[in-house]
Structure formats: C-alpha cells, structure tokens
Design a protein around this ligand. Structure first.
Ligand SMILES: CC(C)(COP(=O)(O)OP(=O)(O)OC[C@H]1O[C@@H](n2cnc3c(N)ncnc32)[C@H](O)[C@@H]1OP(=O)(O)O)[C@@H](O)C(=O)NCCC(=O)NCCS
Length: 204
C-alpha cells in the first residue's frame, strides 16, 4: 500500500467550524487554560460571516484559514481497502490538521495591521514544516491586503517562541517592555456605571 501526502492551506468554510471549535479547545488545553474557550459554532458562524448574511455583522470580525492534509492511498491488487475502485483509483482522504484565526487591527504608527489570534497544528503533525506553511500564508494574506505588520501574543514558556523567532518576529516585551493587559469580567461590565452622572457620552 502506497500513501502520498500533500498539505495545503485554504480559507475556512462553514463546514470546517466544528473542527475549528475542537482545535480552539485543544489549544487552550495545551496552554493550560482549558476553561477559557466559550465560543460555539454559532458564534463563529455569525462573527466570521459564514451564515449567508442572515445574522452576520456586515463585516466579518475575523478571518480564518485551515491546513488540510490530503492523503492518497493506493492499495495495488493485493490491497485490503475495498473502497478503492476496481480500476485501482486511489482512495483520497482529507483531514483538517491545523487552523489560524486573525483579524484586522490598526497601528497609529504604521496603519493597517493584522492580528494573529490563534495558530495551531495538531500534535501528530508538528515539526514537519506545516506551521511555517500556515504562518507564511497568513503573512501573505496580510501583505496582499495592505497590512504593515503582523501582531500576536505568546506565553513566555511556550516553545512556539522559537518558531516565531525563526519567522522573523521581534519580542516587544524584551525590546520595549510592553505588557499585555485586558479589561474583562465583572469589573469591565461595571465600568460604564462609574461614569459621573451628567457626563455620559452620547449614544451613537
Ligand atoms: C507553534 C506551531 C504552530 C508550529 O507548528 P509546526 O508545524 O510544529 O511548525 P514547523 O514544523 O514549521 O516548525 C517547527 C520546528 O520544527 C522544525 N522542522 C520543520 N520541518 C521539520 C522536519 N521536516 N523535520 C524535523 N523538524 C522540522 C523547524 O526547524 C522548527 O523549529 P523551531 O522550533 O526552531 O521553529 C505548533 O508547534 C503548535 O501548534 N504548537 C501548539 C500551539 C501553539 O503553541 N500555538 C501558538 C500559540 S501562541
């Protein structure tokens, strides 16, 4: 039995969203934050503009790519895979083995930018150059769409740091002492209530 493999990156379609939700959870497990992911397929359908405009925001809130592995299995006359046709056509199997999710952002220094929120390759398929293929495809998309930079965050202990380094990334925490901060949860929800009365911003 001969197996040939070919990996390629394509834009996500709505049928991929189940696999993406699973991989978002796998990435959170890998990062030791299993309780983090809260999004459902419905959220991704709406926010990625996959629901044919019925519920979507007018502009997709994120852009997404999947890495797909295509395997062709040729059994030859003595093979055991019975689903091959009688004239020995190869059996083709496609598997989604990684994804990237990104969105447009804006730098007041450089202008239009792209933010890489997630990049993930399933464990059995790492260290084969697939992460590089996916990352470079994201960079190509950003450049072709006029972006001046690609931003992303990485946990300090994550060996992905070395991967990003090899992709030419600069660690801004080291070079400029940036800290990564967020407003979320109850304190965030409460913020508007602390605006002094009489100075509430006008609703748009
Ligand atoms: C980070 C990640 C996306 C990289 O994907 P990958 O497919 O392993 O990446 P590559 O194979 O292109 O490169 C990884 C390493 O394998 C090496 N490599 C590439 N092809 C290889 C091959 N054929 N044989 C052996 N090693 C190979 C590369 O030299 C590279 O070394 P580096 O660690 O110094 O960069 C992947 O490891 C991953 O999903 N990690 C878990 C999730 C994660 O941390 N995501 C980032 C969150 S910020």
């Amino acid at each position: 039995m001969a197996v040939s493999q070919h990996a390629s990156v394509r834009k996500t379609v709505k049928e991929d969203l189940g696999a993406i939700v699973e991989m978002i959870q796998e990435l959170a497990d890998f990062e030791g934050m299993s309780d983090g992911p809260k999004l459902t397929i419905q959220d991704l359908l709406r926010d990625g503009g996959f629901d044919d405009g019925v519920l979507s925001n007018s502009v997709p809130l994120f852009h997404s790519f999947v890495l797909e592995l295509t395997e062709q299995i040729r059994t030859g006359n003595k093979g055991k895979i019975t689903s091959c046709s009688s004239n020995d056509e190869p059996l083709t199997r496609t598997t989604i083995i990684g994804y990237a999710i990104c969105f447009y952002s804006y730098s007041t220094w450089q202008g239009k930018s792209f933010f890489l929120e997630d990049i993930y390759i399933k464990p059995n398929y790492r260290k084969r150059g697939y992460g590089e293929l996916l990352f470079k495809t994201v960079a190509q998309h950003a450049l072709e769409n006029g972006c001046k930079r690609l931003d992303f965050h990485v946990l300090a202990w994550n060996p992905a740091k070395y991967f990003y380094n090899r992709m030419g990334a600069e660690n801004l925490t080291e070079s400029e002492q940036w800290e990564f901060t967020v407003c979320q949860g109850k304190k965030w929800m409460h913020l508007p209530k602390t605006i002094p009365s009489g100075s509430k911003p006008l609703k748009s």
